[in-house]
Write a protein that binds this ligand. Structure first.
Ligand SMILES: [Mg+2]
Length: 280
């Protein structure tokens, strides 16, 4: 329908003569509102306009959020899918082949690298100068048949007001495949991956700084959703609103502390569905 206020009046432009009939004839039947009456509150005596359909407001704690930033793995799909279990097997195999050790020794080394460097990739780059692209392509070469499209999540994310972004310790190729399986390939504006972080993974502070710069977001109006609690601490430190998906994923509750967790949820689809219910 027309949004031009001149068209919305429902009237054709009137000539000066029509617009200004003799005051005496009007005064008898329909005293016209005048600008001066409106200014004194005469309009308030008119019946109230019919209620408009309004978008439900965000809760006050989230009303200022204009950038919704999501971790990928075990955040946008259930931890029970256990994609990491498949990736973990591939990482073990990579270490086995790289170092010529048996599976048990490979696993011990891999876990040690993970603990000491935050990710197996960082550890291998630091200790063995591997090619990160080759490593990531190898370990992410997995079946994703356990993932299915999540219409509830797709619809809820579409309704969120503001920008929607991905911040992952994985790489963008893999993230793209996961998002495709979940039906979310068109839901996000951009992905900040481990290459973009210069291989400094979450929870290293440098990765958050690079993400904020690359996305051009203001941490004070950004919200970060993540299943590994410890990855929320640096986000909170720079002023973001933090949401912990407590879904039982591996290491998820490691170092969890209420001081840097604003909201605790169990399922991102359920949470966002509730949050956006009634929105268009
Ligand atoms: Mg995760």
């Amino acid at each position: 329908m027309g949004s031009d206020p001149e068209l919305d009046s429902g009237e054709l432009p009137r000539s000066p003569r029509q617009a200004a009939p003799e005051a005496s004839s009007l005064r008898l039947r329909h005293p016209p509102p005048s600008p001066s009456l409106a200014g004194r509150g005469a309009i308030s005596r008119l019946p109230p306009p019919p209620p408009k359909a309004t978008r439900p407001a965000m809760p006050p704690a989230l009303d200022h959020i204009d950038a919704w930033i999501f971790d990928l793995d075990n955040t946008l799909y259930p931890a029970s899918a256990d994609l990491f279990g498949r990736i973990d097997v591939r990482m073990g195999l990579y270490v086995e082949r790289l170092l010529g050790v048996d599976p048990v020794e490979a696993r011990r080394i891999q876990k040690q690298l993970f603990r000491e460097h935050g990710t197996t990739l960082s550890g291998l780059m630091h200790s063995h100068a591997i090619d990160p692209h080759e490593f990531l392509a190898f370990v992410h070469d997995i079946e994703m048949d356990v993932l299915a499209e999540d219409r509830r999540l797709v619809n809820a994310i579409a309704k969120l007001p503001g920008r929607k972004l991905i911040f992952t310790n994985g790489d963008a190729d893999y993230a793209g495949r996961v998002l495709e399986r979940l039906g979310l390939s068109r839901s996000f504006e951009a992905i900040h991956d481990i290459h973009a972080c210069a291989y400094q993974p979450k929870p290293q502070a440098a990765s958050y700084a690079s993400m904020v710069e690359a996305f051009g977001v203001d941490p004070a109006t950004s919200l970060f959703v993540e299943d590994m609690a410890r990855n929320l601490k640096p986000a909170k430190a720079i002023g973001m609103t933090t949401v912990w998906v407590n879904n039982g994923s591996e290491f998820g509750n490691h170092e969890a502390d209420a001081s840097f967790i604003d909201i605790e949820i169990h399922d991102v689809g359920h949470w966002l569905d509730e949050l956006t219910r009634g929105m268009e």
